[in-house]
Design a protein. Structure first.
Length: 128
């Protein structure tokens, strides 16, 4: 694993860990932030995988685009092709007061944590 890939992966793990910590507090005011952290964890994990394979990840928050690049290298990422689309809107929209999406439910955020965890698990398996 390259040093840069390891750094991407570590940041992904930190984002997911922070999301889990916030979720444990079950404060509904931070559900959008948890969704953002899940999006970030997946984005960084996918960028770690691409970097490990010698591809400079594009500067994008579009998880479908990143997964498509990963699929070109390994069909195992097909499992996430449709699922990650739900996370992309949380990259920026929940961080700024304009065009705020509806706040996700506790159930939705729990599912996003699970999805992010599955993506991180696959990336870790593929690059470790």
């Amino acid at each position: 694993m390259t040093q840069k890939a390891a750094q991407w992966l570590e940041k992904a793990r930190q984002d997911l860990k922070a999301g889990r910590i916030l979720l444990a507090g079950t404060d509904e005011d931070v559900l959008g932030i948890i969704a953002f952290l899940c999006q970030q964890a997946v984005e960084k994990a996918l960028k770690a995988y691409l970097n490990c394979k010698g591809i400079e990840p594009p500067p994008t928050h579009d998880l479908s685009r990143l997964v498509d690049l990963c699929i070109q290298l390994d069909s195992a990422f097909c499992a996430f092709h449709d699922d990650v689309e739900v996370l992309t809107p949380y990259a920026v929209e929940v961080r700024y007061p304009c065009d705020l999406p509806e706040s996700p439910s506790l159930e939705t955020v729990s599912e996003l944590i699970h999805l992010a965890s599955k993506v991180l698990d696959l990336v870790t398996q593929k690059i470790d």
